[in-house]
Each structure stands twice: as C-alpha cells, then as structure tokens.
Design a protein around this ligand. Structure first.
Ligand SMILES: Nc1ncnc2c1ncn2[C@@H]1O[C@H](COP(=O)(O)OP(=O)(O)OP(=O)(O)O)[C@@H](O)[C@H]1O
Ligand SMILES: [Mg+2]
Length: 228
C-alpha cells in the first residue's frame, strides 16, 4: 500500500491555485517535503492530515481518502507544527498529553498509564506535574511530540517541527520522528541534512512537484537548483 498517492491533486486558497496537478506515488516510510517558502509544502501537509480540502484530483493517505474516510484518517494521523507554544492545550504537562487521548474513551487508569509511558519515552516524566507553559521551547516541542505519539498514530505529519529549536533539541526531536516505531512520517523541513535522513522526498516549486523519489536524489536536485 502506498504511503501517499496523489493523482492530479490541486488545491485553491483565497481564490488562487496554490497546489497544481500534483501526481505522486510513494510507499516509503519516511517522506521529506522540501522547497522554497510559499511553494505549497504546508498546504500539502494540511491536505494529507485532512485539515484542508482539495479542489481537484485524487489523494489517498495510507490507502484512505481524506474526503471519504475523514474520521478514520483523523484517528490514524497526528500533526506536529513548528510553534511549540501554539500546540499546548491544557495547563499541566500530563493533562496536555492526556488531552490527546480524549477520543479514545479509556478508563482513567489506562489513560494515566499511556500518558506516563509516553512522558517517559520523551524524557518528560519528571515534568509531568509542571505547568506546560513553563517548559523551555525544546521541552515544549517534545511535549507536542509526546501528545502526537501517545495516540500510536499510523502516520505523523510534521510541519517544520525543528524550526524553532537549537541544534541539540532539533536533533532530539528529529531522532524521535525518524525512529522506526511503526509509524510513517511526512516531514516538511528546510533542513536539507534532515531531509536526507528520510527514505524519500518531494520537492515543491511554485505549487507543483519538481522532483520526487529517493531523498538523496531529490535533495541533490534542489541543491543544484539553488546553485543556479
Ligand atoms: N489561507 C490562505 N489564503 C490564501 N493563500 C494562502 C493561504 N495559505 C497559504 N496561501 C498561499 O499558498 C501558497 C503556499 O503556501 P504554503 O504555506 O503551503 O507554503 P510553504 O511551502 O509551506 O511555505 P513556507 O516554507 O514559507 O512555510 C503561498 O503563496 C501562500 O501565500
Ligand atoms: Mg509552511
């Protein structure tokens, strides 16, 4: 089954076509999405996560159609964004992670157990009872990851998840995202070294795909274009 399949996919925003005739078929586990500012990467990420609607064409994500199978896809996909502050929903760290499990209607003890396991995995166990807004930027982004992964998503869509982090935290966050824990990853990034760590990549230019395939070749193509 393809991780991502697009067939003539287009999207309009504010009366403009911001994605045009995107056709792809990628079955890689980790897929980087790269390209200049304004090239359509975030719009593409939002379509995949079911947060935006296409204007034309076909799209399947893990074999699901975001229009037809919206609820199913929402259950299986988690989204991580670049601004850690904007992703905090609850005042306290453990409650914020627990909030991600609200749709699963778990017994209280099971929910607490899932939250504790996730906090430990992301090195946040000692911060469980701290106010979420008091964490450092890097800790907040680990908290956002924790909230995403506590749901055991089949796919994580991350839009510039390391953009606001120092090198150490960026590495830590990237390592968590790329570790093979059974999830697929679509990673929007301007960090080309990070993009190279993915299995596949898609290069956007002005709303269209200008290269797609093995990550190393696609990043090479972008670097050649940058040198012109
Ligand atoms: N809500 C909106 N209404 C109108 N146009 C929009 C809207 N959101 C994005 N756009 C336009 O769509 C195009 C693609 O935007 P998008 O955010 O997908 O780019 P991006 O590749 O993620 O850029 P960046 O690297 O700066 O994050 C841009 O020209 C942008 O101005
Ligand atoms: Mg963007």
């Amino acid at each position: 089954m393809s991780t991502l399949r697009c067939d003539g996919l287009s999207a309009r925003l504010g009366g403009r076509e911001v994605l045009r005739d995107v056709t792809l078929d990628l079955d890689a586990r980790t897929i980087a999405v790269i390209g200049d500012n304004g090239s359509g990467k975030s719009t593409f990420a939002r379509l995949i996560a079911g947060l935006a609607t296409r204007s034309a064409g076909g799209l399947t994500v893990l074999g699901l159609d975001p229009d037809r199978d919206a609820a199913d896809l929402r259950r299986r996909v988690a989204l991580v964004l670049s601004n850690p502050d904007a992703q905090i929903v609850m005042p306290m760290v453990a409650d914020d992670v627990g909030f991600s499990l609200r749709a699963e209607r778990l017994a209280k003890a099971e929910r607490a157990e899932r939250v504790a396991r996730a906090l430990a995995r992301f090195g946040l166990a000692d911060l469980a009872d701290r106010p979420a807004h008091d964490l450092s930027g890097g800790q907040k982004q680990l908290l956002a990851l924790c909230g995403a992964f506590v749901r055991d998503p089949a796919l994580v869509v991350a839009d510039e998840p390391t953009a606001s982090l120092d090198a150490r935290n960026a590495r830590r966050v990237a390592d968590h995202l790329l570790a093979d824990t059974g999830h697929a990853l679509v990673l929007v990034t301007h960090d080309l070294a990070l993009a190279r760590r993915c299995d596949a990549a898609v290069l956007f230019a002005e709303g269209s795909v200008s290269a797609a395939g093995a990550a190393s070749g696609v990043v090479d193509a972008y670097e050649r274009a940058l040198a012109c």
